[in-house]
Design a protein around this ligand. Structure first.
Ligand code: GLN
Length: 278
């Protein structure tokens, strides 16, 4: 596994206010796993690892991105597991690897409610399986009650969704698969623009504890500081840092990107009629 992925720019560190037992200084380096980036990363999803590490370092939290190549077993005990999207063939290869003992570290991470972010093809593999456009079935990991079947046309374009906290998330989608969540399975949010999981139920992604699945590329964490900090907080809580409060970042480039993409994706707000001369 390769070591830390450095980010050259030096930024003024922003503090983390912690309400809880363990002082932040006692938190050793956060280890962010990037699983099989050579197979799952067609849409630049590997950037999610660098963004998460950058947002941790901006809060004076040491963090490193640990790349897990397809030739290696997925290690247990990482603070986060990030998996990206991939074409059908790569997805089938990944499914075989992760269903084997090589995938035990990921299964253990899900069982321990560690942070898992699975994008597009990887999101699909968390469920029972994926049936591609030719009807070929790839069994998934069966970790979530969801299933995916490919159909035409591909669902491509900008997506905006609203999370249960009322936050807007932005990204772009590019998938043939239509994913259906089982009863009681919570989506990441409700679609305001675009397609999301399928063409009809208005759900996007999946959310269970510290696990998030989504169709959003972008990379999704680069476009959505809320989601990135949600995962970062979950990593700290798991390290026993009580209830960490992450101060907003000054000069947050993700915030600027987020706002610009929302501006481009949502219809302009209707201007309130002027009340006439005062
Ligand atoms: N192969 C899957 C589909 O087309 C996922 C694609 C992706 O990961 N971008 O639905």
């Amino acid at each position: 596994m390769r070591g830390a992925v450095g980010l050259g720019q030096r930024w003024k560190a922003t503090t983390v206010r912690v309400v809880g037992e363990t002082p932040v200084s006692a938190v050793g380096p956060l280890r962010i796993g990037l699983v099989y980036p050579e197979l799952l990363g067609t849409c630049g999803d590997r950037g999610n690892g660098e963004v998460l590490a950058w947002r941790a370092r901006r809060r004076n939290l040491p963090a490193e991105v640990v790349e897990v190549p397809a030739s290696a077993p997925v290690p247990g005990g990482l603070d986060a597991y990030l998996l990206g999207g991939g074409e059908d063939a790569a997805q089938a290869t990944v499914a075989g690897l992760l269903r084997s003992p090589a995938g035990d570290g990921l299964r253990q991470a899900v069982a321990e409610d560690r942070v898992v972010l699975a994008v597009c093809g990887a999101f699909q593999l968390l469920g029972r399986g994926y049936t591609d456009a030719s009807g070929r079935r790839t069994d998934g990991l069966g970790l979530l009650d969801l299933d995916t079947r490919s159909a035409l046309p591909r669902l491509v374009g900008e997506v905006v969704l609203r999370t249960r906290e009322g936050e807007l998330l932005t990204g772009f989608e590019n998938h043939g698969g239509r994913t259906w969540l089982g009863p009681g399975v919570e989506p990441l949010g409700r679609v305001l623009r675009g397609h999301g999981n399928n063409h009809s139920d208005g759900a996007e992604g999946v959310r269970r504890g510290a696990l998030v699945g989504t169709y959003l590329h972008g990379p999704v964490l680069a476009r959505n500081p809320f989601l990135a900090d949600l995962l970062l907080r979950a990593m700290l809580v798991r390290r026993g840092v009580g209830r960490p409060v992450l101060e907003p970042l000054a000069e947050d480039r993700s915030r600027a990107l987020h706002d610009a993409r929302l501006e481009a994706s949502l219809p302009p707000r209707p201007r309130r009629p002027s009340l006439g001369p005062r």
